[in-house]
Structures are given as C-alpha cells and as structure tokens.
Ligand binder design. Structure first.
Ligand code: WT7
Length: 650
C-alpha cells in the first residue's frame, strides 16, 4: 500500500501527492483530499519509510473521541529524519547551528547527526530509559537538544521538551505530570547578551524529587555547576562511553512520539500528545507544500524548540524531508536587528519562518540594517503564532523579500501538529492579514455560539475542524477525559480550536483571536488562569483577574487586576507591584510577567459570582464607557471604582 523501507533512493520530496502549481490544481487536490481521504493520506504516507506498511489509514472511535492513523504500520521517526538520508547522502548538511555569537556556525552532516543521535540514544538506554518512558528536555537551542529529541524517538521513548524560559516551578509541574525520570539540560544557555543558568533552575525544579534518577547536562559554556553525585552526569562524558551505533526500535504508528505542554483555560498546563506516524506524515507534508521545499534548500525557522513550531519546522518536518535545517541560538535582535538577514545571506537560506512579534520588534529597530544583506536566496517568508497585521505583512513582503519571495501566513496550534490554514507559495493569491485557505484534508467550519454551522461568506464564528487529520493531537497525557472535554464538548463532534474567525466572500479565513481565556503574548500561549493562580500565591492577594490588552510589540500584553486582602497595609505600591511580578516570574517564567498590575477595590462580578471579563478587557484597552449591559452585576458601581483606580495609577 505504501512505500517500504527499501525505497531509500528517491527523495521523500518526490513522493506523496503532487504539489499544486495553480489554484485549479490546489482546488482539485483539496477536493480529492476530502472526497477520498483514505486514498489521499495513503498516497502521502509514501513519503515516509516504513519497516512495515500500515493496513488501514484511519480508524475513528467517535464515542471515545479516539483517532488512529496508519494502524499496523511500524516505523521510526529518527530513522526517517536521519538514517535514511545518511544512507544515500551522508555528507549533506542536516543541521546548521547558528550560535549566539554572529558569524559562528557549526554544521552537522546527516552521517554526523546519525552518530550523535546514536550515542545519545545509547546514553539514555544506559540510564534506564525504555520504550514509552518520558524524558524531559529543558534545553537551550543547541545541537544536543536535537540529538536528544531524535535519540528518544530512536529508542521509542517520549520526549517532553519544556521551553527553557519556564521557571523551576513550571518545570517541576511538567516533570511531575509526565512522570519523567530522566532530565536532560545544559549547564548554561547564552541567549543574546545574557546567560541563563539552566542547571541551577533544573536543580531547583527537582529539589527533593526522587522521581528524577538521572540528570544529563550538556556542556554549552565553561561554567562549572554543582553536580550531584549519582544523579548528575555530563552528557559529553557519557557520550564518550558509548558507540555511535544504536539499533532502531521500530514502533507502532500510534505509539507516542512526544508530549508538549501548552496552556488552556484552566491553571494546569495540558500535556498535548502526538503520535509517530500521523504526526510525521503531516509535519513533513506541510513543510514540503507550505514552503515549496526543494532538496537543496536551507530551511530557517527561528522558533525555539520549546514550542510546537520548533518541533515541527525546525526538527521533524525538514529533517523527515531530508532538508537542511537551521538551529538559531540567539534572539532575532542580537546583536542587532540585522541578525536574521545576516544568517539568511551566510547560509543562503531559501525560507525564513518566524513570528509577527519578532517582525514588529525588527520593524521598530528601523530599516537601515536591511541594507547590510541582500537576502536574494529567499523564496518563502513564513509567519505563524498570531495574527500578522497588513502593515507587518507588507513590510515582510516588500522589505525583507524585496517583493520576490512569497509570504505565507500560517495558522495552526500545538494541538494541530502542523499548519492548517495557509497560502501555497506562488499559488494562492494573498490578502495581507488573512491566513487564506485550508490545507489539504482540513475541513473547517464556523459555528455560532449555539453550535449551528454558519455557511457562506462574510460570516463570523467559532473556528472548528469537522474531521480528523493525521497531525491531530490524540490525547492529553494521562487525561483523555480532559482531552474530550477541552476540545470536543463545546461543539459535539467538532474539534474546537478556541479561536474566533471570519470567512470572507472568497472563502478566505481571517483569525480574530482566542475566544477562550487564553492570551497570545509574543506568539506564546498563556492561560489567564495560570497567571491568576501565580498571583494568588502571594500572601497579600485576595483575588485577581488577568486579561489581555493591545501591545505594540507583544501583540497582547498582560493586564492584571488585583484585589488585596482587607488587612493588608501597603507601604510602597511600586514595591508591591515588583513583588507580584517576581511572583509570576517565579511560578511561570519571564514570559508571563504582567505588563501592568492595578490594585482595585473589587472585580465586576455577576450575581452568580462570574467575573465579567468583557468589562475588564475594555478598561485595559483604554475604554472608559460603553460597556453595554452592566445591570447583571452584583455591584454595578464597581466599574466606576475600577476605572478611577486604573486612571489614577497611569
Ligand atoms: C494559537 C495557537 C502557529 C503554531 C505555534 C503557536 C494563534 C497561530 C496564527 C495565525 C492568527 C494565529 C491562534 C492559535 N495563531 N497562528 N497565523 N494567525 N493567529 O501554537 O502556542 O498552540 O498557539 O496561536 O490563536 O489558537 P500555540
């Protein structure tokens, strides 16, 4: 039915469904993908190399909301991303590490990647990691992070990457939830002008936690860090003890590949679980089609590996396709706003995939730096993570791409595994600000709040997906009930994205933002409940409410209303605000630090005790009136009181 392991000679990019070269071809293939999904996704599975091909394409258990793709298949993600390319093109660059300091690069060929991955896999095995075990990666953007991910995949272990910007508390919570017994980290992480003391944070996270048996520490800098005997080991020393050959553990299609935590509308992060075959088929296919990937491309995605974009478009998508991928250690504006374009020229990158928040920061720094680079190698400019405004879109297109490269605004989520709404470069006519049209196999619907499907154009609704696709999250780690409730209860039989969306007369989709209590801060997802629960851990806080407000660089800033306990006497407001910000940094991490904190006498609540966030969002956005019906408030005068407080603290 699908290609077998023997099919190594042809590039994966030459297999699978053909790429559309025109809108007619896109529409025809899109129609086919929905009319004959089994044929479509069976064809696409040929891009992978299978130890044993699947006997079925999709099995759905509607009752339990359980989707199984490519049942009967056996494969390995590490084999698909590394070995099969090393077998035919061992000297081809697989990974280019762009170090923190400008001009410093390190290239790993597919053969070298295979050997490093093999050695780390052997280290993991020596530390007792077995198929199905979760391994936590708290890592900076260094090659060892990629080695460790692929090493887990190689032995059937499940990686759980925790973004290195999260605090010790947040890391601890994720280690506990996933039951990780091995932690991989680094001594220190240079990031722009700063150095992050990763090992120290990791130590604090697992303080007194016997669950974690082994800590493997990559040596990124010369910094000495305390190593606890018996538990902590230098990764390079461990690697030196092992062979570079590690046999593949073939896994079943639905065996888990990784867990990745993301925020929802409750305080507890969700362990989104992706499985092997469907995820890899989808990541590889979307990478190929969305970036029109060519075998000799250098693909440059600036995302951190701690987020899904790093998983799918730094690691799994490009490497499954045998395409050279760039790992960026620095920030986009270190040492200045020309950094990304310098890398593009140095490496002759064909693509650059980044987030609007980064583009806004670069725009703010001025266009002069652009004259230092020519960027002639760029064919596709990708954007993801948040709405891109028409102005930013235009700047990306005109200034960065000089009008020669296609801009693709891609909408997707941690839960979708890969891109879901996107233009195809050179094919889809764009409308700046719209992610345009659904990808193959993606069947979208807009629903009104009562759950009725809204047809036609020029309509607004809750964005849902009507049928499974291979890259879809299968469950939340250890909590399938929460999976069903989070995504399938609001609109039964639909996957609900949590986003609001408009569809115009031409069928183009325009994401209007989250309709749940999730904020998108600098392209990072944060639950308002998470920030609130961090604030309420401070003694002086009686209750709090957190909302988003428009922010020029972050897209959404964090605005916190705090009600103090009646017995609290405030000496210095500045000091208290500083302490509250520190509290949030401590509990979650710097990304969650509120931009503004206001002490208010109370919160606007309905008689049943529900906070009317609509009003708080309005006040945070600078509105002072026009809050509509406030008669259901238990205490309508509170609105004026809050406005007065906010105004007086401005
Ligand atoms: C949320 C998902 C893109 C994957 C990385 C972020 C927002 C994402 C877009 C876009 C408008 C976007 C949505 C979505 N979002 N892409 N192109 N236009 N909004 O994944 O952390 O799971 O966040 O990001 O609100 O639900 P995530």
């Amino acid at each position: 039915m699908v290609g077998t392991m023997m099919d190594l000679e042809s590039s994966p990019l030459e297999r699978g469904n053909p790429r559309a070269r025109s809108m007619e071809e896109y529409r025809a293939l899109y129609r086919q993908s929905l009319a004959e999904p089994e044929r479509f996704w069976s064809e696409q599975a040929r891009t992978l190399s299978w130890f044993h091909p699947p006997y079925s394409i999709l099995d759905v258990d509607l009752e339990e909301v359980d989707f199984s793709w490519y049942m009967g298949g056996r494969l390995n993600a590490s084999f698909n991303c590394v070995d099969r390319h090393a077998a035919v093109k061992p000297g081809k660059p697989a990974l280019v590490w762009a170090k923190n300091e400008p001009g410093e690069y390190k290239v790993y060929t597919f053969r070298e990647l295979k050997h490093h991955v093999g050695r780390v896999a052997n280290v993991l095995k020596a530390h007792g990691v077995r198929k199905g075990d979760r391994v936590c990666l708290y890592m900076p953007m260094i090659p060892e992070t990629v080695f460790a991910m692929l090493a887990c995949a190689r032995i059937g272990a499940v990686h759980s990457v925790v973004f290195a910007g999260f605090s010790a508390e947040a890391l601890r919570e994720r280690i506990l939830d996933a039951g990780s017994e091995v932690l991989v980290t680094a001594n220190e992480a240079p990031r722009g002008p700063k150095k992050v003391a990763l090992k120290a944070i990791a130590d604090a996270a697992i303080e007194g936690l016997s669950q974690v048996r082994s800590v493997l520490v990559a040596r990124r800098t010369d910094a000495e860090v305390p190593m606890r005997p018996g538990r902590d080991h230098w990764l390079d020393e461990e690697m030196g003890k092992h062979r570079s050959t590690c046999p593949i553990t073939w896994v079943a299609s639905e065996d888990p590949l990784f867990v990745l935590y993301t925020s929802g509308s409750t305080g507890k992060p969700k362990g989104v679980m992706h499985t092997t075959a469907g995820y890899l088929v989808y990541a590889a296919m979307t990478h190929a089609h969305v970036f029109d990937a060519q075998p000799d491309d250098v693909h440059f995605c600036t995302a951190d590996i701690g987020w899904i974009t790093g998983h799918s478009y730094v690691v799994y998508g490009p490497l499954a396709n045998g395409v050279t991928t760039v790992l960026l250690e620095s920030t986009p504006n270190y040492p200045d706003a020309g950094r990304l374009w310098e890398i593009v020229d140095d490496l002759k990158a064909a693509t650059v995939y980044t987030a609007p928040t980064a583009l806004r920061a670069l725009i703010a720094a001025g266009d002069e730096v652009l004259s230092r680079s020519i960027r002639a190698s760029l064919r596709v400019l990708g954007s993801a993570g948040e709405p891109i405004s028409p102005e930013v879109w235009q700047w990306f297109n005109d200034k960065v791409g000089s009008g020669r490269a296609a801009v693709v605004d891609t909408w997707w989520q941690t839960e979708t595994g890969g891109v879901m709404i996107t233009p195809l470069p050179g094919v889809t006519p764009c409308k700046p600000g719209s992610a345009t049209l659904p990808f193959y196999g993606v069947d979208l619907a807009l629903l009104d709040d009562e759950g009725r499907v809204i047809d036609g154009g020029d309509v607004n609704g809750n964005l849902c997906v009507t049928r499974p696709w291979p890259g879809q999250t299968r469950t939340l780690y250890g909590n399938h009930r929460r999976f069903r409730e989070t995504y399938f209860n609001r609109f039964p039989s639909f996957y609900f994205t949590g986003d609001g969306c408009r569809r115009d007369e031409d069928g183009y989709y325009w994401i209007t933002g989250r309709v749940d209590d999730v904020l998108n801060v600098s392209g990072h997802r944060l639950g308002t409940a998470e920030v609130e629960s961090a604030l309420s851990r401070h003694d002086v806080v009686a209750e709090s409410a957190v909302v988003g407000f428009p922010h020029p660089i972050k897209g959404t800033g964090i605005f916190a209303y705090v009600v103090l306990r009646p017995d609290v006497h405030v000496e210095s407001k500045e000091q208290l605000i500083g302490a509250l910000k520190e509290q949030v940094r401590h509990m979650i991490g710097p990304i969650a630090t509120p931009d503004r904190i206001h002490m208010v006498p109370g919160l606007p609540k309905t008689r049943s005790g529900k906070i009317m966030r609509r009003i708080l969002r309005g006040i945070a956005a600078g509105e002072r009136e026009g809050f509509g019906d406030t008669s259901t408030l238990a205490e309508p005068t509170i609105v004026e009181a809050i406005i007065d407080r906010v105004a007086s603290q401005e």
